[in-house]
Write a protein that binds this ligand. Structure first.
Ligand code: 5AD
Ligand code: SF4
Length: 474
């Protein structure tokens, strides 16, 4: 029995969306939520309180799969369970291929691949009106639904993107779905499908609408943003996109995630370095510092290519800040290979990195190679990566003391017990390379005139707990 009193919501139900994994999934969950609210569903306040639970899942490592299966096991009461995201697609693929899976019997009502998410609101709304009519206890074990690729339905994409709920100064736009790279360890091309760029006009017009609603910063999202090419015009590539969006009135900064080192051309490097609306905080996954491993991973570049790219970007913009992804323990990785990764981390000097232990994934090429680096070794190597990174980041930050940077003023949430809170710090500043500086002027009068969005010169005065602190110069 549903707890809602309102007739409309009794029919439609309350929804709780739980999201796992990467920013793509969080973005997709936002689209699903927008669509469901428009159809008359309500947000549930918690998982327990929901009539419909949507699990937007990840599958990039084995650990992610296990988390989802146990989450489903914990769900109580009569609920419709909707599985979507990469793990949902993995289940679909395994069923299609007749592969027996340990989780084949998990009790889900719907299973949508990542490219079917835009159909979820329609399908649920139909079913809730016609089939359940308020009684959701009649579980149907319906596990497959849409078969179309929603990203080929440009009218649908346009509707979702234009009407996206944006209510602060920051908005994300997905510009490309899927991936064609087939890195040998990665399940993404299988579960998210081949690359499909969203037409330029949809992205551009969405960005304009968001800017009119007060958005100042855009994050362009995709598995491989720098291979973007508008499906209707092959002159509209990623550089064209960045340059065009940067011209929109009101847009102050554009970030992008994730770019592939092999798809960086000189035109893009030059644009990033010279255009002061494009973020210079660049996430550039390297994965390994060993040429042997990079080749086995099918990454399409060498260690030297990667270092040259970083060098070119730094030459064009010396204050560029880099971050990366590293996998340790890829099959056949020797101590020597691993030391090449450590030395690359040293050579580049990343601001931060995400490190992972290699995890064999179904369908991938590496799945067929023996996972021959023992777990203990992987753990040890990952620890060594994090240890090195901590030291490097600390020395990068310390080298910035005394520097003056042009920063945009942002607000700080006052977290109780934080050093900022104790000091009464209310503002932080953010330079073009996205490094945060907490503002600690002794002269408190300066705060009176500080407004969010102001551009101010900030001098970095000290570093504590891996954070930069600085004073606004009048
Ligand atoms: N094992 C470990 N890490 C992986 N990644 C992708 N696939 C795997 C895998 N099978 C990491 C890569 C990628 C990031 C998103 O996840 O570093 O850049
Ligand atoms: Fe996976 Fe490689 Fe595509 Fe990134 S570029 S999503 S690591 S296949």
């Amino acid at each position: 029995m549903l707890k809602n009193q309102n007739m409309e919501s009794i029919k439609k139900g309350r929804v709780f969306i739980k999201t796992y994994g990467c920013q793509m999934n969080f973005y997709d969950s936002g689209l699903i939520e927008d669509g469901l609210l428009k159809k008359g569903f309500n947000n549930a306040s918690s998982l327990d309180d929901a009539d419909i639970v949507i699990l937007n899942t990840c599958s990039v490592r084995d650990h992610a799969d296990h988390k989802i299966v146990s989450e489903i096991g914990r769900l109580k009461g009569d609920k419709k369970i909707v599985l979507t995201g990469c793990f949902a697609k993995q289940i679909k693929l395994k069923r299609e291929k007749g592969i027996d899976i340990h989780n084949a019997g998990i009790p889900i009502d719907y299973c949508f691949a990542p490219d079917e998410i835009l159909s979820i609101p329609d399908i649920l709304a139909n079913d809730f009106e016609k089939n359940y009519n308020g009684d959701i206890s009649n579980r149907r074990h319906k596990t497959t639904t849409a078969t179309k690729d929603d990203y080929q339905n440009f009218n649908l994409v346009e509707e979702y993107f234009y009407n996206k709920n944006v209510n602060n100064s920051f908005a994300t736009i997905k510009i490309i779905e899927g991936c064609n790279n087939f890195c040998s360890y990665c399940i993404v091309p299988f579960v998210r499908g081949k690359e499909r760029s969203i037409p330029f006009s949809i992205i551009y017009n969405s960005a304009k609408r968001y800017a009119d609603k007060g958005v100042r910063e855009l994050l362009l999202l995709g598995q491989n943003v720098n291979s973007y090419l508008s499906p209707d015009d092959d002159k509209k590539d990623f550089s064209y996109m960045l340059e065009s969006l940067a011209k929109i009135d009101g847009i102050k900064k554009i970030k992008f995630l994730t770019s592939h080192p092999k798809d960086f051309n000189d035109k893009l490097i030059e644009l990033i370095c010279k255009n002061d609306k494009i973020s210079k905080g660049i996430h550039l996954p390297v994965q390994s510092g060993s040429d042997k491993i990079l080749s086995a991973m099918n990454r399409g570049y060498t260690r030297r290519d990667y270092l040259n790219l970083v060098e070119k970007l730094r030459k064009g913009y010396p204050d560029a800040a880099f971050s990366t992804d590293i996998i340790v323990g890829f099959p056949t990785e020797t101590e020597e290979d691993f030391n090449m990764t450590l030395s690359l981390i040293d050579e580049v000097g990343f601001d931060f990195l995400f490190g992972f232990k290699y995890s064999p994934r179904p369908f991938t090429k590496a799945f067929e190679i023996k996972d021959d680096v023992p777990l203990e070794k992987k753990k040890e190597r990952l620890e060594a990566v994090f240890e090195k990174q901590k030291k490097i980041f600390n020395s990068i930050l310390n080298s910035l003391k005394g520097k003056r940077v042009n920063a945009t003023i942002l607000a700080v949430d006052k977290e109780k017990n934080s050093i900022e809170f104790e000091k009464g710090i209310l503002f932080k500043g953010c330079g073009l390379n996205d490094r945060m500086i907490y503002i600690v002027n002794n002269n408190k009068d300066i705060y009176k005139n500080l407004r969010i969005g102001d551009e101010r010169q900030v001098e970095i005065t000290y570093v504590k707990n891996n954070r930069l602190y600085g004073e606004v110069l009048k």
